[in-house]
Each structure stands twice: as structure tokens, then as C-alpha cells.
Design a protein around this ligand. Structure first.
Ligand code: DON
Length: 560
């Protein structure tokens, strides 16, 4: 019997250590790229090996993702980038899409003022002016070191030579076929029954990338590409003009910076709501001693949910494009305001969202994205989240130019109280106006500790982006997890409205869920529910880098 028990203990110990090993991400000495596809990460890592810096890698990885990850990687969308140089200087670039010049507040309402379902999601009317190419070119001009053409070429080769479709991609593409057909007036290259290991060749896209390689931003916003773009949008009844394309500019912004338990968090500012909501939530939970609260326990989920509920209520009311509306940024993250917001939180029962509105500010008037994280051998770090909004965006594939256009117009609040595809509601602050940028949840984030780089993180996931980044920060900072272990944790999400905690299936203890129900929390758990695809890098105490590449997708890390 004793012998049997001994063997059992040994087996359990071996299994435990295997599990821990399985939870370890790729570890490299000094440089790494983590992205949604191995081909894109490999292209980025090859640029690092050539001596390129993190900004060169951003250019190469971004264009590669536009080829190998068409569901979200893009040149027809937009995004946000946060960076930290090895000398500690930091910055952020906003290459978010903007509304066309002739857009107007009620453009998705019918004559009776009712919201026209799908007009902001599917087809030419859903498209915002893309910012990706302007953004990537801007980053290269300011911070890159290798010739631009060398950074675009690998993506061109990939588009011409073809990529192997993964099983997940085949499913995604097959699910979207009917909508590709509905929206486009020709048979697109994506229009077939896909299976794993099929080859996808994108010659039109390769030619567009060649024009970008040769003429930089003018290869996209002017000349042949612009002509194909505007002609096709016009053919489909859309409102984007040459002037819209010509006028697009990416904007350098000051990132949001705040401290959480001796860590300095640097994240994206408006028109991305990620940084500000993250600051609100982390500051709301900071007074609680998480070392006494078990990870993913009833109390843990309760605390985060209540902080999230209040932050998302503020998001809906106050946040919009800071170049168009007055947003009380400092007040929203001030300690006095945050304390007041959490003052009605009770461990005894849920605070129903119907009783939570936005807080009062004194003196104030008034299903695809992708993220990649980069650390180079020089110590520079880059976090980029970029998107077409939902998978393949508006499903419009520019005829002759081979790239999908976003459906980012749906991120505006088309009508107060009417939720967008992510269930987010908004107010005047996020109403449509000509050339305004729609509010985003994207949260590319970099973390420093003791003045040194500690972590680079971000994810897709619409409204769940903020809470996925949040949980990964807490996993590492409060629960001391490694990067891959953190990314592997099951995730949950609350966003004020609808008043429900979304949970990934099979990740949470049955008793925990019962306890939460008894406290008044509604839980939504669906088999297919995936919350985010986090791609992150952690600097280990010995200076090496550990990847967290999300197994929820085809994500992969490459480095040396
Ligand atoms: O900017 C935003 O918040 C959304 N357009 C992001 C969409 C997204 O993450 C979809 N991915 N799963």
C-alpha cells in the first residue's frame, strides 16, 4: 500500500512538472516577435536577424499579416501602436480609421429614425478611411532603420507564392463565403470551399503591396490603388472619395501612463478607450489585497466585474475622439473619483447595471482584430493592435487590388442606446461626424518595472480587449505567472451592458459560478466562446524573454 502511494505521488509530481513545462512559452535570449501567424512572426524575426529594429519589424510583420491573416491583418483597416525605446522614451501612434468627409450623424438611421441593421457592418457603407498604410509608413519614417522596400518585399513574396490555409482559417473563410458573395459584385479569390493546407495565392494584393513598396503612402492613398479603391466603393454605392484618401493622416499621441502596484503601465489613449478603461479598472481594484483572494475565485470575479461595470458605463458616456469632444481624462482616473465610483460596491450582492450610470465629474461641461508584440535585440519594444473590425471587415474586397476594407463605422454610436456588434452602447461623445475617429477598445500596452521593460501585451476581441489585457496584467503582477501560463488562463468579461459575465467554457469552477449566481450575477457561457487572442512578451528576471502566444488562435512566437 505504502509502495502504491509512493508511486502515485511520483506520478502526480511528474504530471505537475509536465504541466508547468507545457505552460512555458518560447524563451529567447534577446529578441522576439509574437503574432497571429507563424509566417508573420518568422518574417519579423528575419528582419531582426538582419539587424533591423522593432520598428522595421513592425512594418514587415504588419504587411505579412495582411497576406497570411486576411481575417484581421490588413492594409484596409487601422489600429494603434504603443512603443518604448531602450532609453525609456515612449510614444503612441493612432492610425485609426476616420469617418468619410460626407458622413453624418444619422447615416445609419431610416426616415423614421430607426437604426438600419447591418448598414454599418456589411458592405461599402460600413467602411471608414483606412489608416494602416499611413501608420506603418509614418513609423518607418520616424523610427525605422532598414530600407522600406526590404521590409515590404517578404509580404509580396508571400502573396505571390501562396500561403497554406490552416484549419481555423478554412472554417473562418467558409463561414464568410455567403457574405463575400452578397457584398461583392465579382467572384473573389476567397470564394471557394476551403480546407486545411489549401494554397491561397493573392496576385492583386501582391501588386498593391508592390505599389506601396515603391511609392510608400502614395502607393495606397493615391494613384492606381486609390483609383481601384474609389471606383469599387462608388460602384457599390459607398461615399468614400479621393479627397478622403488623400487627407488621411496618422497622429502621434501621448500614451496614457499610470502606476499599478509599483508597475508603470503605458497604454493607448483616445480614440482608443483601452488605456483609460484599464487605468480605471486597475485603480479601482488596487486597494484590495489580491494575495488574499484566490485567482478566478468568486471574490476575484466579483471585484473585477464591479470595477469593469463602472468603467464601461463611463466609457459609454464620456469617451470619443478627443480631437472632436471634450473628455475629462484626468478626472476619470483621479483617486477621488475612482474611490467614489467603488464606494457602493458590496461583497454581499451584485450591483445591477440598471443602477449604475456614468459617474459625475465635477466641473465637466458638457469577431476580428489582431495584435502583435515585438522586443528587439536593442531593447526597444512595440505593441500593435490592428483590425478590420469584425472578421474580413465589411467583406468588401477591393476589385483588382485584393485587400479587404474595414467595417469600422460600426464602432461609432449610430444612435444613443443602440448597441453595436460588440453590444457596446454610446452617447453623443461617440456620435458620427465627418473625419472623426470612432471610439475603439484596442489596448496595446507596455509595462515597466523599476524603470526597465517588463511586458508587452495586447489582444483582439472587440469590447473584451480591455478586460483580457487587464487579466493578463493582473496574472503577471499579482499572481506572478509566467507569460504563457497567464495567456492560457480562462478569461471572463463584463461590460456594464448587457449585465452579464461572459465566461470561457470549462474554465471556471462549478461552485464559483453557483456562488456568483447566488450573489445576483448572470453568467453567459457558450461552448464556442473565445475571449481574446493575447500575444505578449515578458522580460524574465534573468533578462531573457518569454512569449505568450495564444493557443486560442494559430498564434506563434519566433525569436533568438
Ligand atoms: O476598435 C475596436 O474596438 C474594435 N473595432 C475591435 C474589433 C475586434 O477586436 C474584433 N476582434 N475580435
Amino acid at each position: 500500500m505504502i509502495k502504491y502511494l509512493f508511486y502515485l505521488c511520483c506520478c502526480i509530481a511528474v504530471l505537475n512538472s509536465c504541466n508547468k513545462k507545457l505552460e512555458l512559452g518560447l524563451i529567447t535570449e534577446k529578441a522576439m516577435v509574437v503574432s497571429a501567424r507563424v509566417e508573420a512572426s518568422e518574417i519579423g524575426a528575419a528582419i531582426l536577424k538582419k539587424g533591423g529594429n522593432a520598428y522595421d519589424v513592425m512594418v514587415a510583420t504588419h504587411f505579412a499579416l495582411a497576406v497570411v491573416h486576411p481575417v484581421a491583418g490588413n492594409i484596409g483597416g487601422g489600429g494603434f501602436m504603443v512603443y518604448r525605446n531602450n532609453d525609456g522614451t515612449k510614444g503612441a501612434l493612432d492610425f485609426r480609421e476616420k469617418a468619410p468627409i460626407t458622413a453624418h450623424k444619422d447615416m445609419y438611421l431610416d426616415s423614421l429614425g430607426n437604426f438600419i441593421k447591418n448598414k454599418s457592418v456589411l458592405g461599402a457603407h460600413a467602411v471608414g478611411i483606412p489608416g494602416s498604410v499611413a501608420g506603418v509608413v509614418e513609423v518607418h519614417q520616424k523610427l525605422g532603420s532598414l530600407p522600406f522596400s526590404e521590409l515590404v518585399q517578404p509580404a509580396i513574396d508571400l502573396a505571390k507564392n501562396g500561403i497554406l490555409i490552416t484549419e481555423k482559417q478554412a472554417d473562418d473563410l467558409n463561414n464568410a463565403t455567403a457574405r463575400f458573395r452578397k457584398v461583392n459584385n465579382y467572384k473573389t479569390v476567397f470564394d471557394k470551399e476551403w480546407k486545411a493546407d489549401d494554397v491561397l495565392i493573392q496576385n492583386d494584393l501582391a501588386q498593391t503591396l508592390e505599389r506601396i513598396r515603391d511609392f510608400g503612402r502614395d502607393g495606397f492613398y493615391k494613384g492606381k490603388t486609390a483609383e481601384l479603391f474609389v471606383n469599387y466603393i462608388t460602384e457599390l454605392g459607398g461615399i468614400i472619395t479621393y479627397k478622403d484618401l488623400e487627407k488621411y493622416e496618422a497622429i502621434w499621441r501621448k500614451p496614457i501612463e499610470f502606476t499599478y502596484k509599483n508597475h508603470n503601465i503605458i497604454s493607448m489613449t483616445l480614440p482608443a478607450s483601452g488605456g483609460i478603461c484599464l487605468a480605471q479598472i486597475l485603480k479601482s481594484i488596487a486597494p484590495y489585497d489580491l494575495s488574499k483572494i484566490k485567482h478566478n475565485s468568486t471574490e476575484y470575479i466579483q471585484l473585477l466585474t464591479e470595477a469593469e461595470r463602472r468603467a464601461y458605463a463611463d466609457r459609454a458616456h464620456y469617451l470619443g475622439d478627443i480631437d472632436f469632444v471634450d473628455v475629462p481624462l484626468d478626472s476619470l482616473i483621479s483617486p477621488a473619483y475612482i474611490n467614489k465610483r467603488m464606494s457602493d460596491f458590496s461583497w454581499d450582492k451584485a450591483t445591477p447595471s440598471t443602477t449604475v450610470s456614468h459617474g459625475k465629474i465635477l466641473g465637466y461641461e458638457s469577431d476580428e482584430t489582431t495584435h502583435y508584440s515585438i522586443v528587439d535585440q536593442f531593447g526597444n519594444a512595440v505593441a500593435v493592435t490592428t483590425t478590420l473590425n469584425t472578421g474580413y471587415g465589411s467583406k468588401v474586397l477591393v476589385k483588382g487590388a485584393g485587400f479587404f476594407l474595414n467595417n469600422e463605422m460600426d464602432d461609432f454610436s449610430s444612435k444613443p442606446g443602440v448597441p453595436n456588434v460588440y453590444g457596446l452602447v454610446g452617447s453623443k461623445a461617440n456620435a458620427i461626424a465627418p473625419e472623426k475617429r470612432m471610439l475603439s477598445s484596442m489596448t496595446p500596452t507596455i509595462i515597466e518595472k523599476d524603470g526597465k521593460l517588463k511586458m508587452v501585451v495586447g489582444t483582439p476581441g472587440g469590447s473584451t480587449i480591455i478586460t483580457s489585457v487587464l487579466q493578463n496584467i493582473i496574472n503577471v503582477v499579482d499572481y506572478n505567472m509566467g507569460m504563457q501560463a497567464s495567456v492560457n488562463q480562462p478569461r471572463f468579461h463584463h461590460q456594464w451592458l448587457p449585465d452579464v459575465i461572459r465566461m470561457e467554457p470549462n474554465g471556471f469552477n462549478h461552485n464559483t459560478k453557483t456562488n456568483l449566481n447566488n450573489l445576483g450575477y448572470d453568467i453567459l457561457e457558450r461552448n464556442s466562446l473565445i475571449i481574446g487572442r493575447v500575444d505578449a512578451i515578458l522580460v524574465l528576471p534573468n533578462g531573457k524573454l518569454e512569449a505568450g502566444a495564444d493557443k486560442r488562435g494559430d498564434d506563434a512566437a519566433v525569436g533568438f
